[in-house]
Design a protein around this ligand. Structure first.
Ligand SMILES: Cc1cc2nc3c(=O)[nH]c(=O)nc-3n(C[C@H](O)[C@H](O)[C@H](O)COP(=O)(O)OP(=O)(O)OC[C@H]3O[C@@H](n4cnc5c(N)ncnc54)[C@H](O)[C@@H]3O)c2cc1C
Length: 501
């Protein structure tokens, strides 16, 4: 059997495909353009404090839940130490100056919000039932060769979040509160499919967790799986071409240490942004109309991120995520102006490194459009000049000021901060436009808005956040689909089923 597999990108998508395939006998080589593996799982250390740059919390990781099962199947669950967020308020939506906590579990979720919206108890129950019903389509059964479920082909993928919620919920403020977690999928009114909201909401509603030591633990464990199974992960190696003959891909050309080389492959998986992956294929097997469709797909918005270092013992650890809205709606924060930015932000603490009672690090994320940064689009990290530094300083001051209104601990507790913009993400993860989650799902585009994992080059597959969905669950599902296709005969289904405890 032809088993040489080259994977482009060592983020969650590439590393998880690599770990699964290496364990199942594939000869895996992962090419990563950066110095470090991880993509959005990368962390950095400043003044002794570690900061997560992308993934900050995960869901459904209690024993037997879907992520727990997937991580066990891959073989990394035992290497992770997870800490549950507060079950009475894993997310807090601050809307019109009031806090609305989300509680874990369907009944508790309904019970909690009914205290604020007593007249909507029944519609809340109908809402959460719908959310769970939609998300249940995404289960281990998706890999059952007998069932052949297509979780993408339902009305919930064709209808927007707001259209479904407006139908289920009468009270206007409750409609807003229910989508208060939308930065987790970069929701856009009238565009984002309800299914994406349902997957995200139920994923964290079942259980929500922070990762002790930071999200780069996941990348390190996956890399180890690949190496232990005889595979290879090569950093500072940028793939530049997926080499094809008349019928298929034959290898990948890459640049490592300034030297151009080609590695042969029976199978190629690219987890780079799809427009970048497709751009690397010179073959006429990919038709111009397909290339244009991928090129024209919209990206999710990016973020300005503030990395906060707190004074020791000053800021009690907040075991929740706070989503703060400063306008009259939770929607449309991406349409800010210079004078009203930020219309919303997300504030989180990282799991403490030193003392479980006090936070040593936190982050604040606020949407930022790439058009604000167009002046610096040709520059690279660390060399963008004084004007850019000043731009970031002003943005940081504005964000801290806005956040201090409802987070008084920032005034006394903040020791130092660092910042990043969508340009930083573009440069460190290779994502187009520095987008948060890659290509945006848009109900208005129908099937044309979806990227398939298969291409017309029969042995070239696409994985990563733009293909299935983003986040730990979306990306792993996408990797599982690709690996299922390569391993065949229900291998994945049997393996996953036996990982359920
Ligand atoms: C700010 C932020 C917060 C987030 N928070 C959460 C969260 O709390 N929970 C959650 O579940 N998800 C979260 N996410 C989403 C999640 O982190 C991502 O969806 C996921 O990690 C993406 O994995 P990926 O492999 O698809 O892409 P990436 O992580 O972007 O990895 C792609 C890799 O490919 C490499 N690459 C690209 N082009 C090439 C090339 N030509 N040659 C070689 N290498 C190449 C890149 O350098 C990169 O390492 C967050 C994301 C962001 C940005």
């Amino acid at each position: 059997m032809d088993r040489k597999c080259v994977i482009i990108g060592a983020g969650l998508g590439g590393l998880s495909c690599g770990a699964i395939l290496a364990r199942h006998g594939f000869e895996v080589t992962v090419l990563e353009q950066e110095r470090k593996v991880g993509g959005c799982l990368q962390t950095f250390v400043r003044e002794g404090v570690k900061f997560e740059t992308g993934m900050h919390f995960i869901g459904s990781a209690a024993r037997g839940e879907i992520l727990d099962t997937m991580l066990r199947f891959i073989g990394i669950r035992d290497g992770l130490v997870l800490h549950a967020l507060d079950r009475d308020c894993y997310d807090i939506i601050n809307y019109k100056g009031q806090d609305f906590p989300f509680r874990n579990g369907r009944e508790a979720f309904v019970e909690g919000l009914s205290q604020y919206f007593p007249g909507s108890r029944d519609s809340l129950a109908a809402y959460i039932e719908t959310v769970y019903r939609v998300s249940d389509a995404l289960s281990v059964e998706s890999f059952n060769p007998e069932r052949g479920l297509d979780a993408h082909d339902s009305e919930w993928h064709r209808r927007s979040v707001n259209s479904v919620i407006d139908e289920l919920i009468e009270e206007r403020d409750l409609r807003e509160v229910l989508v208060g977690n939308q930065p987790l999928y970069a929701g856009v009114r009238g565009s984002t499919p309800f299914a994406l909201h349902a997957f995200t909401t139920s994923f964290y509603n079942r259980s929500a967790w922070r990762i002790e030591g930071g999200s780069d633990r996941i990348a390190a464990l996956l890399e180890k799986c690949i190496i232990d199974a005889g595979g290879e992960v090569m950093t500072r190696c940028r793939a530049v071409e997926i080499v094809c003959n008349e019928t298929r891909a034959t290898g990948v050309k890459y640049i490592c240490g300034g030297v151009s080389q080609t590695i042969e492959a029976d199978t190629v998986i690219s987890t780079a942004h799809p427009s970048i992956s497709i751009g690397m294929v010179k073959s006429p097997l990919l038709r111009p109309v397909f290339r244009k469709r991928i090129e024209d797909m919209p990206d999710t918005i990016g973020v300005f991120e503030l990395y906060l270092k707190f004074k020791q013992g000053k800021v009690p650890y907040m075991n929740s995520n706070r989503f703060v809205y400063r306008g009259g709606t939770v929607w449309d924060s991406e349409y800010y102006t210079n004078s009203n930015w930020p219309l919303s932000f997300l504030y989180m603490h990282q799991y403490p490194q030193f003392d479980a009672n006090y936070a040593d690090a936190g982050v604040i994320l606020a949407y930022m459009r790439m058009d604000e940064l167009s002046r610096w689009s040709d520059t690279v990290t660390g060399r963008r000049g004084k004007e850019y530094e000043e731009f970031k300083r002003v943005k940081a001051a504005t964000l801290i000021e806005a956040a201090s209104d409802c987070l008084p601990e920032l005034k006394d507790g903040l020791e130092r901060y660092w910042t990043s913009t969508p340009l930083t993400y573009r440069d460190y993860t290779g994502t187009r436009n520095g987008s948060l989650y890659g290509i945006a799902k848009d109900v208005k585009l129908g099937a044309a808005g979806r990227v398939s994992f298969r291409t017309r080059v029969p042995n070239l597959f696409l994985a990563g956040q733009s293909v299935n969905s983003h986040g730990i669950l979306g990306v792993l599902m996408g990797s599982f689909v690709v690996c299922d296709n390569l391993l065949g005969s229900g291998v994945m289904y049997e393996g996953i089923r036996s990982s359920i405890l």
